[in-house]
Design a protein around this ligand. Structure first.
Ligand code: NAD
Ligand code: IPM
Ligand code: MN
Length: 352
């Protein structure tokens, strides 16, 4: 029996609405398999927790989370009550950093059953490999002077080790896909970090002669995601560029509510974290219409990560079958509730 210990953090907003169903889906899959079980420990870490305790997680929260094999997270943020930089740096980003989750893998592909807003070339299937720990997401910088002379400085950090690691991950991934890596750069305008990024991309790329490789400036690449996404296979991007590209990837799939992600610890020392691309969606919170597909597809990435590829393929095909049969939330043109989509997926998993 394979036992996988999961820390479950629903977080805020729609994270709480989609998480129970996504956990149900994983437990159902484990039951079907017979040789797999998840031991789920639920953690209340969220903006509500902050309002009660003055911090986003317990003082030993990271130690607690570190006891588990992996973390399954919903979404974090309630900007009306807690400033985003406080809530995100106190939970989501704290976890990514503590557990060296330096690679964020974010697939985007046309799912059957969801109409893409693209009118042509909509049959795409690519993966953005996002560097997940550096770049503009840095505490280096500050504010100097005051009044009209005030200046805010935000330093972007790019270390050779981490940059090499994300490039290697992207090239290895491409080896098992369509053998093409596109690097997101901006070395025409950003004079230190981006020429360095290009240099590391080219150096690492030399070690993968069987992989086609190219670079595109992020502005042009953003346009390509809309005009010719079918040409892309693996896209490697810095933290901020990857963040933005993956919301575009989500949009061309039909909704940010369907996009999955995996924050990977690649040295095997710490848990990885599985968390969809979307946020807490305060504008639709409490209405029962949040799309659960992003969270459930993220669960599929967890299954892949633990080596359960057959189950993961079965889950994705069940998701597509349910969507194609019209069980869809409003954001992708349906009228089902969150709960109806989840129940239908669980029901089909059991009978298929
Ligand atoms: P968001 O992703 O929460 O919402 C953007 C838009 O997408 C909204 O219109 C929302 O209704 C819609 N949407 C998002 N998830 C959906 C779903 N599952 N089903 C249907 N529609 C969905 O982004 P935002 O509004 O910029 O951020 C809201 C809060 O979430 C902020 O506090 C932000 O910092 C935080 N956030 C957290 C994460 C995370 O925890 N990983 C990611 C992004 C944003
Ligand atoms: C994401 C989110 C986070 C990020 C925010 C909420 C800090 O947008 O996971 O995509 O930028 O990494
Ligand atoms: Mn984002």
């Amino acid at each position: 029996m394979k036992n996988v210990s999961l820390a479950i953090i629903p977080g805020d907003g729609v994270g709480r609405e989609v998480m129970p169903g996504a956990v149900d889906v994983l437990d159902t899959i484990a039951d079907i398999h017979g040789g797999l079980s998840f031991q789920n420990t639920w953690y209340p870490y969220s903006c509500d927790y902050y309002l009660k305790h003055g911090r986003m997680m317990a003082e030993d929260g990271l130690d607690q989370l570190g006891q588990h094999d992996h973390i399954f997270l919903g979404a974090v943020g309630n900007p009306k009550l807690v400033p985003d930089h406080t809530s995100l740096w106190g939970l989501l980003i704290a976890i990514r950093r503590e557990f060296q989750q330096v690679i964020n893998v974010r697939p985007a592909k046309k799912l059957s059953g969801i109409d893409s807003p693209l009118r042509q070339n909509e049959d795409f299937d690519f993966v953005v490999v996002r560097e997940n720990s550096e770049g503009e997401y840095s505490e280096v910088g500050g504010r100097i002077h005051q009044g009209d002379d005030e200046v805010a400085i935000q330093n972007a950090i790019f270390t050779r080790k981490t940059t090499e690691r994300v490039m290697k991950y992207a090239f290895s991934l491409a080896e098992n896909r369509r053998k093409y890596v596109m690097s997101a750069t901006k070395s025409n305008g950003i004079v230190h970090s981006m020429p360095f990024w290009d240099e590391v991309f080219n150096d690492v790329g030399d070690g993968y002669p069987s992989i086609d490789q190219a670079s595109s400036h992020i502005d042009a690449l953003a346009a390509s995601l809309v005009s010719k996404p079918h040409e892309l296979d693996v896209v490697v991007a810095s933290n901020l560029f990857g963040d933005i590209l993956t919301d575009i990837g989500a949009a061309i799939m039909g909704s940010i509510g369907v996009a999955p992600a995996a924050n990977l610890n690649v040295n095997g020392k710490y848990p990885s974290m599985f968390e969809p691309v979307h946020g807490s969606a305060p504008d639709i919170e409490g209405k029962g219409i949040a799309n659960p597909i992003g969270q459930i597809w993220t669960g599929k990435m967890l299954l892949d990560h633990i080596g359960e590829h057959e189950l993961s393929t079965f889950l994705l095909s069940t998701i597509e079958e349910v969507l194609a049969d019209g069980f869809k939330t409003q954001d992708i043109g349906g009228n089902s509730s969150t709960g109806e989509v989840i129940s239908e997926i669980v029901r089909r998993l059991k009978i298929n």
